[in-house]
Design a protein around this ligand. Structure first.
Ligand code: HEC
Length: 202
């Protein structure tokens, strides 16, 4: 008999707390109280929440990519070519600063030469394939095959040990093959096969 009022009390306490939380949330959303300006830093608590959510989310989802234990120099060079083309503007490279505009992003894309030590190859493969919501980190999975992303992950994992000279050598040697395969774009051929092209009938 005595238990019922207690359970009811706990229930209305929890319900009250949930309603207050919803009210605070809606007030922040509708009043424009939160400053979305990228010229401002996130509050520490907001930054911590995003960062921790991202790290836990990636750690629990990454896996299943078939990454070579000791990637060949060729694979790393192939990855370097893609990296110079699609990543260095935001993440920089050994001896190479990121593009100036990327410093205006929130969160600011980290210099991967250091940040890569914090991630396993499989996590890097997952991040590059899927991107990270609300950060500006794009998903490359739709435009690059899993093999190409394996090459990128092999290169990013190798980044912390590379010098500026290594980077110049690798990106220099990889630019040829990377440019020879512009249709590595997975959206399919942009044009019909050559024999199907007819001169305009006018
Ligand atoms: C338009 C800018 C942009 C481009 C291009 C870009 N990234 Fe990112 N990347 C980001 C941002 C922003 C984050 C999130 C940083 C954060 O949350 O701290 C990020 C995060 C990452 C992370 C996690 C690093 C960390 O410690 O937070 C990895 C790994 C990464 N990117 C790899 C790549 C690779 C490889 C490419 C190219 C295939 C690439 N990115 C292209 C902006 C970019």
């Amino acid at each position: 008999m005595e238990k019922h009022p207690t359970i009811l009390g706990v229930f209305s306490g929890v319900l009250g707390t949930i309603l207050v939380a919803i009210a605070v949330w809606l007030t922040v959303v509708y009043t424009g109280a939160y400053n979305v300006a990228a010229s401002d830093q996130h509050f520490d608590a907001v930054r911590w929440s995003f960062d921790t959510t991202m790290r836990r989310s990636v750690a629990s989802r990454a896996g299943g990519a078939d990454l070579p234990q000791n990637p060949s120099e060729n694979l790393v060079a192939e990855g370097a070519g893609y990296y110079a083309e699609s990543c260095a503007q935001c993440h920089g490279g050994p001896g190479k600063d990121p593009a100036e505009w990327s410093r205006g992003m929130r969160p600011e894309p980290p210099h991967l030469t250091e940040a890569a030590t914090e991630w396993t190859g499989e996590e890097i493969h997952w991040i590059v394939t899927n991107g990270i919501k609300m950060t500006g980190m794009p998903a490359f999975g739709g435009r690059h095959s899993s093999e190409e992303i394996t090459a990128i992950a092999a290169f990013v994992s190798a980044l912390p040990g590379l010098t500026a000279d290594d980077y110049t050598r690798l990106t220099g040697s990889a630019q040829g093959p990377a440019e020879e395969t512009p249709s590595s774009d997975a959206r399919g051929p942009a044009e019909p096969p050559a024999e199907a092209i007819q001169p305009p009938s006018e």
